[in-house]
Ligand binder design. Structure first.
Ligand code: KIV
Length: 257
């Protein structure tokens, strides 16, 4: 692939056969998308995590389609080389018709691909996306949009029944045509097994080191949301302290002028 060529879903789908790992990060605005692109991040997700780290909601179930569209439009203005994936938020894909109509809104706003949560349960929606010509990223394991039903952010795949269900979900999502699969909070040995089983890359978050790629919420990576950071996320910067100290310096300088 040429250095400035746009990353495609096909390029991501074949990363495993090239032995290429996939780093992915979230972005919700124009400057962050440009910075991640300049840093060589190949996949940018406009995730519904925007609800928690930007909009101040307690979880992702409060995020509306129009809020994702708004942030996605800003990211799309960065015209990144990176593939831009947008999350379909809570309750926007309860039927295949709804899913396709809402995905169209996101594609019109600049999404190169659509992510939705679930495995076998969302196969009708994934099939409808494929028929409509949308590139699909799957998401299995802990599903933040089902937080209430799941009773919290817990590791998935510890019981034999759950392992079998997650394996079946992964295989079904790949077979339905997804180009990559996010695996959130999956027990690491199961994550390894699924990664070995699939042809498309698995992109892990809190699922151990054996996935074919890793994804993080940008605020967790750069320390921009100090009030909560998941245990598995290691911050590589302290943006929150930099902002606080710049603001404190500004306050002092204005008061003393
Ligand atoms: O919304 C999001 O940021 C996500 C990632 C955590 C995978 O879905």
């Amino acid at each position: 692939m040429e250095p400035n060529q746009k990353i495609t879903p096909e390029w991501v789908a074949s990363a495993k056969s090239r032995g290429e790992k996939i780093p992915a990060l979230t972005a919700y605005d124009y400057p962050t998308a440009r910075l991640l692109d300049e840093a060589g991040v190949p996949v940018i997700l406009v995730g519904d995590s925007v609800g928690m780290v930007v909009l101040g909601y307690p979880d992702t179930t409060h995020v509306k389609l129009d809020e994702i569209r708004h942030h996605l439009s800003a990211v799309a203005r960065a015209k990144t080389r990176a593939l831009v994936v947008a999350d379909l938020p809570y309750h926007t894909y309860q039927s295949a018709e709804d899913a396709v109509a809402h995905a169209r809104v996101l594609v019109a706003a600049g999404a190169d691909a659509i992510k939705l949560e679930g495995g076998v349960a969302v196969l009708p929606e994934i099939n409808a996306f494929r028929e409509a010509g949308f590139a699909i990223m799957g998401h299995i394991g802990m599903l933040p949009q089902s937080l209430k039903e799941e009773g919290g952010y817990k590791i998935k795949g510890r019981s034999e029944a759950e392992r079998e269900r997650l394996l079946a979900d992964a295989v079904a999502v790949e077979k339905a045509g997804a180009f990559a699969l996010v695996m959130e909070l999956i027990e690491p040995e199961l994550a390894r097994e699924i990664t070995e089983r699939l042809t498309i890359p698995t992109i892990g978050i809190g699922s151990g080191p054996h996935c074919h790629g890793q994804i993080l919420v940008i605020h967790d990576l750069v320390g921009a949301f100090p009030w909560f950071r998941p245990k598995f996320a290691v911050a590589k910067a302290d943006v929150a302290s930099a902002i606080r100290s710049a603001a404190e310096g500004f306050v002092k300088s204005v008061r003393s002028a």
